[in-house]
Design a binder for this molecule. Structure first.
Ligand SMILES: [Zn+2]
Length: 157
């Protein structure tokens, strides 16, 4: 975690072949993107992305072309540490299909407040710019994936 940077417009991914930093716009997360410099194909983010600031979170939620799983957490929260490796698994297994992000509710208190996050860990799923489901407490990766699949399927009917 922590290897992927983001800004208001997208995710900044270093090219595995030439090292050039490329921005993948949030709208294009579901597509194959090539390095602007050497044309090597860039892989979709396969690790959770720690959201650095509120504006980036809002853009990401509004524009992401794939469902976004949000892990609301804080450094002092024990169950959050339990869920962290599960979230890593979910991100690795669903690269290009889901974007997994982490929101530190101490650092981004305004986001937590706006979405009414009262206990952590809370996992939420966003699709099409809105929250479609949330669940409280730690759970294993398989459960998280099932929860997300169900939420996305329901939102599409
Ligand atoms: Zn390159």
């Amino acid at each position: 975690m922590g290897t992927i940077e983001q800004d208001d417009r997208g995710i900044l991914v270093p090219c595995p072949s030439c090292g050039q930093k490329n921005r993948i716009p949030y709208e294009r997360l579901a597509y194959r993107v090539r390095c602007g410099s050497c044309k090597q194909e860039l892989s979709a983010p396969a690790t959770p992305l720690e959201v650095g600031h509120t504006a980036a979170f809002d853009r990401l939620i509004a524009r992401a072309s794939i469902p976004v799983v949000v892990d609301y957490w804080a450094p002092w929260c024990g169950p959050c540490r339990t869920v962290a490796p599960e979230i890593v698994k979910v991100a690795a297994r669903n690269a290009g299909r889901l974007l997994v992000v982490k929101v530190n509710t101490d650092a981004l208190a305004d986001v937590g407040q706006r979405f009414g996050i009262r206990s952590i860990p809370t996992l939420a799923v966003f699709a099409g710019g809105r929250e479609i489901a949330r669940t409280l407490g730690a759970r294993p990766a398989d459960d998280i994936e099932a929860f997300v699949r169900e939420a996305v399927a329901e939102s599409e009917t």
